[in-house]
Design a protein around this ligand. Structure first.
Ligand code: AGP
Length: 365
């Protein structure tokens, strides 16, 4: 067991640190940066993408948040309306054309019963189905029309970490591929996105190298009453994911939401004992988010921000720099939130790799 953890005390921390390598595998041989294109080795029937009206993403938990991230990219890069459903809630929906809809199931394990149920409902409605998964030969791959593998390598910790990063990277490539094929995205506009993906492993490594600073913040604020995670746009799924990670392994109360919503209710909960963690990167409308963070600070809340390198918000209690990688920058910020959750839980001596009441793969609906 100790050997398998490669010197780490927990699989989770090992897997957090494996992210640069996992991401290298995810993008290996798939990016044509100069040509502004992507090769995911999937082909759609002739005319399908040109006629595509909607992409529906179905997934649970962390995979759902990867889907929420991707939905924004599908709209921006592929020029297709994109929706995200919690898989257990999914129905195909009235007023849609199944032959003009792509249903994308995002599932690390490929065995999540809720997600398989959604895929079956999509298939029954006559939609084209697509899986984004980490697991070769998993059930989902046998039930969909096409699959893209995220190639993150095995993930043992119940808390998903490196697979979230590889899911978002794979979905970003899918959004570029669809956008290029539909003619909605030119090579010149695709290129900076692909450069961001190419630079992603190195950017994540820089965050991992800053772990001592996050550990310190975790020790300083870890005993708080509750934790709020906020962001805008691409920062919202990262805020939701940051909160899920913390509650899952530390058993502390954590909540993530769109920063603009703070003043519509949650602000009533904010006190000096409720730190706010904010995604203040490119792609997340940082200045507006910071205004909301300031409102929380006025009520005494400490504020920890993941900030684009080169930017500065002098009033933050802790500022964590995020290298500039464009649309995938909030994904890099997420690595700080993973480390924060890990160290808060580790300081409390929690069962990090196997949190109470949870299973790695949920095979019941
Ligand atoms: C994440 O940390 C959780 N363990 C959980 O939310 C997980 O992402 C969810 O159960 C979905 O699993 P899947 O990706 O294998 O479908």
């Amino acid at each position: 067991d100790a050997a398998e953890k490669g010197g780490y005390e927990h699989y989770m921390r090992k897997e957090i640190h494996e992210q640069p390598e996992a991401l290298r595998q995810t993008i290996a041989g798939r990016l044509d940066v100069d040509g502004g294109d992507v090769d995911l080795d999937v082909s759609f029937p002739p005319g399908f993408l040109a006629d595509l009206e909607e992409i529906q993403i179905v997934a649970c938990g962390t995979s759902n948040y990867a889907g929420r991230y991707a939905a924004q990219l599908f709209e921006e890069l592929s020029g297709v309306r994109a929706t995200v459903e919690i898989a257990s809630e999914y129905e195909f929906g009235a007023g849609r054309s199944p032959d003009r809809t792509l249903v994308v199931a995002v599932t690390q394990s490929g065995e999540t019963a809720d997600t398989l149920g959604a895929v079956r409902r999509a298939n029954a409605a006559g939609a084209r189905t697509f899986a984004v998964t980490n697991t070769l030969g998993s059930t989902v791959t046998r039930e969909v029309d096409d699959t893209a593998f995220i190639r993150a390598g095995p993930e043992i910790g119940v808390a998903a970490t490196k697979t979230f990063a590889s899911q978002v990277a794979t979905l970003t490539m899918l959004a570029v591929a669809i956008g290029r094929e539909r003619g909605a995205l030119g090579a010149a506009d695709a290129r900076p996105v692909l450069e961001g993906l190419r630079d992603l492993p190195g950017a994540v490594q820089q965050v991992l190298d800053a772990e001592p600073k996050v550990r310190e913040a975790a020790t300083e604020y870890g005993d708080s009453e509750a934790f709020f995670f906020v962001g805008r746009q691409l920062g919202v799924p990262v805020a939701l994911e940051g909160a899920l990670k913390l509650k899952e392994i530390s058993y502390d109360h954590a909540e993530g939401f769109a920063a603009g919503e703070l003043k519509h209710g949650p602000l009533a909960l904010v006190t000096p004992d409720t730190p706010v963690l904010a995604v203040l990167t490119d792609g997340a409308r940082a200045d507006e988010t910071m205004n909301n963070v300031t409102e929380a600070q006025t009520r005494g809340a400490p504020a920890i921000g993941c900030v684009s390198a080169g930017e500065e918000y002098g009033t933050l209690d802790v500022s964590l720099p995020v290298p500039d990688v464009g649309l995938v920058e909030p994904l890099v910020a997420n690595v700080y939130l993973q480390l924060f959750a890990y160290h808060v839980a580790n300081d409390k001596d929690r069962s990090i790799d196997k949190p109470r009441n949870l299973a790695k793969s949920v095979t019941v609906e």
